[in-house]
Write a protein that binds this ligand. Structure first.
Ligand SMILES: [Zn+2]
Length: 143
């Protein structure tokens, strides 16, 4: 029996990595740049690299559209980090600064922030507007 592998996009360099399913929680690193692929922390993506990384990633991807001036966004940030730690090796949590990345905010029709969008292989499957506690962020990731 072969060990199943999952594709994971590197948030640093955009390379698609094949990671054995059994090693997802064991700090896999990118084969090209050495960056941790699933470090249990949110990664920042933007207009330039978002598509390549999320479309390549076979784990659930949960995107937080936020901006620095948004109070509820800042309030939710620690909960998002907690959720990322709990979901280590099971999901990729992504932050997109909607001020710096207007193309993504427009493409996803973001009208209020924070808005969380769950993607599977780059396709939106669910979204939720408004700040959430860590437990609900974890549930939304569906991992
Ligand atoms: Zn890389």
């Amino acid at each position: 029996m072969t060990n199943p592998t999952l594709h994971v996009g590197c948030a640093q360099c955009g390379t698609t990595n094949r990671v054995p399913a059994t090693r997802l929680a064991q700090d896999p690193v990118c084969g090209r740049c050495g960056q941790a692929l699933l470090a249990g922390k949110p990664v920042e993506l933007g207009d330039a690299n978002f598509e390549a990384v999320v479309a390549a990633t076979e784990l659930p991807v949960l995107v937080d559209f936020w901006a620095p001036w948004c109070g509820p966004c800042r309030m939710m940030a620690p909960a998002f980090e907690q959720a990322a730690a709990q979901l280590k090796g099971r999901a990729m949590l992504v932050k997109v600064n909607s001020d710096d990345n207007p193309l993504l905010a427009q493409r996803y029709g973001i009208r209020s922030i924070p808005t969380l969008v769950r993607l599977q292989r780059g396709r939106e499957v669910q979204r939720q507007a408004g700040a959430l506690p860590a437990s609900q962020i974890v549930a939304l990731a569906g991992a």
